[in-house]
Design a protein around this ligand. Structure first.
Ligand code: NAI
Ligand code: GCB
Length: 258
C-alpha cells in the first residue's frame, strides 16, 4: 500500500517543489494542504490554527511534512507563539491521536544562527537562535523531541539552509547553506524512508556545498542522503556570466553582522 503523506504549506516556496517532486516519485499518496487553497494544483484548504481540520487531514496518514509557516516578523506573542508554535502543537497532537508514524519538520539554520562564521558546528551543539524566528524553530524541534521520547511519534527536524525558490544560490552566504530543489526533494524522501526505529533526528539540510558550515557527510550512512549540487560551482558560473551575486560578509552564520 502506498505510504500516505500530508504536506502542510504545500503552496509555499518549498512546499510546491516538494509536492511536485514527491508526486514524481510515483510511490506516495499525497494530501497537499495550505491556508491558500488551489484547486487546480490539487491543494486543499487547511489553517494550522484549526484543530478539527488537522484531525481530519491526518487520518490514515503515515508521515506529515510540516512546511506551513506564518511569516512572523518578530511578532513573538502573536505569530510566533500563538501562530507557529501553537499551530505545530495542534498538528502534532492530531498526528499522534491518528497514529501518524513520523513528522518531518522544516526547521531552520536560524536555530543555531548565532554561531560565528568560521566556527565549525555539529548538529548536537547547543541551540543559539538568532531571532524569535530561530527560537520558535528550537521550540518546535523540542516539541518533536518530547513526543519522540514519549514514544508517540518519530520526529525529524531538517534545519534547512537557504532555499530561494529559483534553484540557484544568490549570495556569498548561500555558498555555506544553500540547498537545491532536487537535493531538498531527495533529503525529504530520505527522511520519509528512514528506518522506523529512528525516533528522533535533527539534521542540517544543505546541498554538497564545498564551503558548508556543517559537515553533513555522515547523513549518507545514517539516512542515505547523498546531495548532488554544489553552490560554489554555481556561484562561479554565475559570476562568469555576470549574474548578480550578493557580497554579504556576515559575522554570524544566520546572516547578522556584529
Ligand atoms: N525557504 C528557505 O530558505 C527556508 C525555509 N525554512 C522553513 O521552511 C518552511 C517553508 O518555507 P517557505 O516555503 O520558504 O515559506 P513560504 O512562506 O513560501 O511557505 C509557507 C506556506 O505556509 C502557508 N501558511 C501560512 N499561514 C498558514 C496557516 N495559518 N495555515 C496553513 N498554512 C499556512 C503559506 O500560505 C505558504 O504557502 C518554513 O517553515 C520556513 O521557516 C527554513 C529554512 C530556510
Ligand atoms: O537563512 C536563510 O537564508 C533562510 O532561512 C530561513 O529560515 C528563512 O525561512 C528563509 O526565508 C531565509 O532566506
Amino acid at each position: 500500500m502506498a505510504r500516505k503523506l500530508l504536506i502542510t504549506g504545500a503552496a509555499g516556496t518549498i512546499g510546491k517543489v516538494l509536492y511536485e517532486g514527491l508526486k514524481a516519485e510515483g510511490k506516495y499518496e499525497i494530501i497537499a494542504a495550505d491556508v491558500k487553497r488551489d484547486e487546480e494544483a490539487g491543494i486543499v484548504e487547511m489553517d494550522i490554527h484549526d484543530a478539527a481540520r488537522l484531525a481530519e487531514l491526518t487520518r490514515g496518514v503515515d508521515t506529515v511534512l510540516h512546511f506551513a509557516w506564518i511569516k512572523d516578523k518578530g511578532d513573538f506573542l502573536g505569530k510566533v507563539l500563538s501562530g507557529n508554535v501553537s499551530g505545530a502543537y495542534k498538528l502534532y497532537e492530531a498526528a499522534v491521536k491518528n497514529g501518524v508514524k513520523r513528522i518531518v519538520f522544516a526547521s531552520s539554520n536560524h536555530a543555531t544562527g548565532f554561531y560565528k562564521v568560521g566556527e565549525s558546528i555539529d548538529v548536537e551543539d547547543p541551540y543559539r537562535p538568532d531571532s524569535f524566528y530561530g527560537l520558535s524553530k528550537c521550540y518546535i524541534e523540542l516539541l518533536g523531541r518530547l513526543y519522540a521520547d514519549q514514544g508517540k511519534i518519530s520526529s525529524m527536524n531538517i534545519r534547512i539552509g537557504n532555499f530561494p525558490g529559483d534553484d540557484r544560490p544568490h549570495s556569498e552566504r548561500a555558498a555555506h547553506i544553500w540547498i537545491s530543489d532536487r537535493d531538498m526533494i531527495r533529503l525529504t524522501v530520505c527522511c520519509i524512508e528512514a528506518r522506523p526505529e529512528m525516533s528522533y533526528l535533527n539534521l542540517y539540510g544543505t546541498s554538497a556545498n564545498t564551503d558548508n558550515y556543517y559537515d553533513i557527510g555522515y547523513l549518507e550512512e545514517q539516512i542515505g542522503y547523498k546531495p548532488q549540487d554544489n553552490a560554489a560551482e554555481l556561484l562561479e558560473q554565475a559570476k562568469k556570466i555576470g549574474f548578480w551575486v550578493k557580497q554579504d560578509e556576515t559575522t554570524f552564520q544566520g546572516g547578522q553582522k556584529e
